[in-house]
Design a protein around this ligand. Structure first.
Ligand SMILES: [Zn+2]
Length: 321
């Protein structure tokens, strides 16, 4: 078969994570909150964060960083806009060709160039990961950071206070004075839940100059980029990076769902796993739509094997005379 598009539709269980937050006001970090069509508020991880995680793994997994443009070699966000070879091109077609041919990451994840003004949408798309409202829980934990600066020494004021000190004394040896430490209190969110995840990969567009609709790289190079894109999905779930992972590394419990594949020029279906019956709907769609097939997986190892199988397939190519 020749792969036109792939969708990855899954329910992911992340425990005690803080992968994505609204921001920090003062010493309080707010988790992401989104509103569903029925008005219910729930927890979410933004598509920007998920795309960033995938893009980072595309960069990390490529052994030879000369496959990237100057900015992407160092994972700088300017991407093709900093590609000096583009400045020497004289038409938008050539600028697009140069940007795509000189960088795997620009090709897969899209870019924006200011001069000449051209943009290329990503070949890999992510929706928000949405917490299933009845299976998502939030908590706020208080974290105190102690500072050595501003320490003061105080005499105990009363017998009672002295007694309290003595209780804590196992750690600090008995003393007639105590140290009061300056400290900052932080309120940090932690969430656990089952999240509906949606993503689409469009291998038919890899290496495609979408100004003149020519493929600007070889079939082998297209395949290499496609394999890198699939492997980056694997890495993203094997170890999900994101915000606050230094102290809120997610306990990834499971991932289950469907990989849908379109083998002809027809868009692959995307049905949100937020709906309990998403797999049944996808199965019906696959049965009634030529060229669409689905593969169910119930854990990460099965998903990983499906993605490995897909790396061996050919890529769909537009047939333009
Ligand atoms: Zn690049």
């Amino acid at each position: 078969m020749a792969i036109f598009e792939i969708s990855l539709l899954a329910r992911v269980t992340w425990n005690l994570h803080s992968l994505n937050n609204e921001g920090t006001i003062g010493n309080v970090t707010e988790p992401r909150t989104v509103v569903l069509a029925n008005g219910v508020k729930t927890d979410g991880v933004s598509g920007e964060m998920l795309k960033h995680i995938h893009a980072y793994y595309v960069w990390l997994l490529a052994e030879d960083k000369s496959n990237f443009c100057e900015a992407c070699q160092k994972f700088h966000p300017q991407k093709a806009d900093k590609n000096t070879k583009i400045k020497r091109t004289d038409t938008p077609e050539k600028a697009m060709e140069m940007a795509i041919s000189s960088c795997v990451l620009c090709d897969l994840h899209g870019f924006l160039i200011q001069k000449p003004t051209i943009s290329r949408p990503s070949t890999i798309e992510f929706g928000w990961a949405l917490g299933l409202p009845d299976k998502t829980h939030r908590g706020v934990h208080i974290h105190a950071r102690h500072s050595m600066e501003g320490r003061v020494r105080e005499e105990p004021e009363s017998i009672e206070e002295k007694a309290e000190d003595l209780e804590a004394e196992e750690k600090t040896k008995e003393t007639e004075v105590r140290e009061v430490t300056a400290q900052m209190i932080y309120h940090r969110p932690t969430r656990s839940g089952v999240y509906a995840f949606v993503s689409v990969f469009q291998p038919w567009r890899i290496g495609l100059n979408e100004i003149n609709y020519n493929y600007v790289i070889s079939d082998d190079e297209r395949r290499f980029r496609y394999q890198l894109g699939l492997n980056a999905y694997k890495a993203s779930f094997m170890r999900t990076d994101g915000a606050m992972v230094s102290t809120r590394l997610p306990h990834t419990e499971n991932i289950e769902g469907i990989v849908a594949i379109s083998e002809r020029n027809f868009p692959v279906p995307v049905i949100s796993p937020i709906d309990e019956s998403f797999d049944k709907i996808l199965e019906d769609l696959a049965n009634q739509t030529p060229g669409i097939q689905i593969k169910r997986f119930s854990n990460l190892s099965q998903l990983s094997l499906f993605l490995d199988d897909l790396t061996k397939e050919e890529l769909f190519k537009l047939n333009i005379p």
